[in-house]
Design a protein around this ligand. Structure first.
Ligand code: C2E
Ligand code: CA
Ligand code: CA
Length: 247
């Protein structure tokens, strides 16, 4: 199943979108974390089918969010679209049917006040930049946006970074964790924020848990955040309630 974690702008105090996160509840194993099963699904190739499930399910569930919230709440419009972020593994992205499948789905589910964003792990995209560059370009041309996930944990080549058709850097949770206690984490975060702004990217901090972290992020103008402080991931029903209450 899927859950959705809201993403929030601390300056405008508006919800900017949600990230879809996969959940697996097994009768014997109980609740298995995607950090455990996604790498295994990647190594067996099962991630291709799982990834298709994620897109179909997310877009299907998102229809209600679209009808009940996005079409009636006038803060969302064509120039301020609510984002639905979906995690994509590099294996999925480089699969030959990926784009056809994605474009077919988008045509089926239209929501004019929403946009789709793909989250792709930084280290993987840089390691495979030759293979995925052209795919990313097609994705961008179709109006879909791309966020570089876990940013700061890979070894990004700055020259590739400036050439990649991406929209956002998503600062990894590990830096946010000790932003208030570690000088080096703070320095790194400030650099990532500047880098994003200078390259014309958006920037979002993930794994934000405390008011102190928010204070530091606000001071350095990283306004987009995601984390338990604002909301844990919610199932579709809870998400609808949450959005209604935060209109
Ligand atoms: P990720 O994309 O970096 O997702 C963020 C993870 O941090 C999520 O864990 C989320 O629940 C958790 N998180 C969010 N806010 C906080 C916070 O304030 N504190 C703490 N401690 N954790 C927070 P989750 O859902 O277990 O996902 C783990 C990883 O599994 C994801 O990392 C992503 O790499 C992968 N994953 C999840 N869903 C999918 C999917 O649909 N497709 C693919 N390919 N990978 C997925
Ligand atoms: Ca992610
Ligand atoms: Ca991440």
């Amino acid at each position: 199943s899927l859950v959705y974690q809201p993403q929030y702008n601390i300056s405008t105090k508006k919800i900017i979108g949600v990230e879809a996160l996969l959940r697996w509840d097994n009768e014997i194993l109980k609740s298995v974390s995607p950090s455990e099963f996604v790498p295994i699904a990647e190594s067996t190739g099962a991630i291709i089918d799982i990834g298709e499930f994620v897109f179909e399910k997310a877009m299907e569930e998102f229809q209600d969010v679209c009808k009940r919230i996005l079409e009636t709440d006038n803060q969302y419009n064509q120039s301020n679209r609510f984002r639905l972020s979906i995690n994509v593994s590099i294996l999925q992205l480089s699969n030959e049917n990926f784009l056809d499948h994605l474009f077919a789905l988008i045509n089926k589910f239209e929501c004019k006040n929403a946009k789709l964003m793909l989250e792709i792990t930084e280290s993987l995209i840089i390691a495979n930049h030759q293979k995925v560059g052209a795919i990313l370009e097609k994705i961008r041309q179709s109006g879909i946006e791309v966020s570089l996930d876990d940013f700061g944990t890979g070894y990004s080549s700055l020259s590739y970074l400036s050439k990649l058709p991406i929209n956002e850097l998503k600062i990894d949770k590990s830096f946010i964790n000790d932003i208030t206690t570690s000088k080096s984490s703070l320095t790194l975060i400030k650099s990532i924020i500047n880098l994003s702004k200078n390259l014309g990217f958006e920037v979002l901090a993930e794994g934000v848990e405390t008011q102190e972290q928010i204070k530091v992020l606000k001071k350095h103008q990283c306004n987009n955040i995601q984390g338990y402080y604002f909301s844990k991931p919610l199932d579709k029903t809870k998400l609808l309630e949450f959005l209604e209450n935060n209109k």
